[in-house]
Design a protein around this ligand. Structure first.
Ligand code: FES
Length: 107
């Protein structure tokens, strides 16, 4: 199973195993990871699953869709060039080892 490492704002990290077909957000919430709220349940409507993708992984992620791009303009923490919505990141074996940094706040 691919695994993701989430890095909290204080620098602590948590490694989370994913299940087949899961998004990064689903893996995080299934493990009770703090820092991902996912209020809309992954429907690309809330932007409370905001993450900063480690720069070394950015080019390996699928392109941002228009709805994700629009929502990222409304994140509680500053949008940066490596901002993504974790509910829109489907974790595949190619993304095993992905590192996602959590923002200071989601609301
Ligand atoms: S969970 Fe709501 S936009 Fe990702």
């Amino acid at each position: 199973m691919p695994a993701i490492t989430f890095v909290h704002p204080d620098g602590k990290s948590e490694r989370v195993e994913t299940a087949d077909g899961e998004s990064a957000m689903q893996a995080a919430t299934r493990h009770g990871l703090g820092g991902i709220l996912a209020e809309c349940g992954g429907n690309a409507m809330c932007a409370t699953c905001h993450v900063y993708v480690d720069e070394s992984w950015l080019a390996r992620l699928p392109a941002i869709a228009d709805d994700e791009d629009a929502l990222l303009d409304g994140t509680a923490s500053e949008r940066l060039p490596n901002s993504r919505l974790s509910c829109q990141i489907a974790v595949t074996s190619e993304l095993d080892g992905l590192v996602l940094k959590l923002p200071e706040r989601q609301v």
